[in-house]
Design a protein around this ligand. Structure first.
Ligand SMILES: [Zn+2]
Length: 188
């Protein structure tokens, strides 16, 4: 085998590996089509093999509003803070940082017995929104932690959802969220 063809084979194996990891974490076909350099037919076959079913049809959720609602915002801020640390501060390649951050998010949920709010496809959409400059991280003036917010919002008087929760959110839940966000941000 020439070195060129073995490089090509390695590239392809890496792409297959990436696809499998994403499928295992719950990625929709649209995510694979954007991020994995394999043709659609192969991705569909891989999906069926790994997930044991055909990929679901339908559009991806496309709304920035969802990420700004109370509970999703806390989960999104937690996830994005980890991603941001891996990708922008430690220089990890984008998809590698994404998978690592998403695994950490899931581990954290398992550890605290919390429900998964941010499915992988949502997490990916969130990263894309940041990349297209629709979101920024705003620092809460009260707790000093970072939260997902609309881009170009002056955050001089920003107060996060943990510090200013809606009345329907119970106290223990708030404490738990606060702890989650702190854990993610404290080791920066
Ligand atoms: Zn706060």
């Amino acid at each position: 085998m020439t070195s060129q063809s073995s490089t090509k084979l390695l590239d392809e194996l890496n792409q297959v590996q990436l696809a499998i990891e994403l499928i295992e974490l719950g990625a929709r076909l649209q995510v694979l089509e954007s991020e994995v350099a394999l043709n659609r037919g192969r991705l569909v076959r891989l999906y069926k093999e790994v997930a044991g079913k055909s990929p679901p049809k339908g559009m991806l959720p496309f709304s920035t509003d969802w990420f700004l609602t109370w509970m999703p915002n806390i989960h999104a801020s937690f996830f994005y803070t980890i991603y941001d640390r891996f990708h922008n501060q430690q220089g990890l390649e984008r998809m590698q940082a994404f998978i690592k951050a998403y695994r950490m998010y899931q581990e954290h949920l398992r550890g605290t017995g919390s429900e998964e709010v941010l499915a992988l496809t949502r997490a990916w959409t969130l990263v894309r929104f940041f990349e297209s400059d629709m979101f920024q991280l705003s620092t809460c003036t009260s707790c000093k932690l970072n939260f997902v917010n609309h881009a170009h919002t002056p955050d001089s008087d920003y107060v996060c959802g943990v510090c200013q929760p809606p009345s329907r959110a119970g106290k223990p839940l708030i404490k738990d969220c606060e702890k989650s966000v702190k854990e993610a941000q404290v080791s920066r």
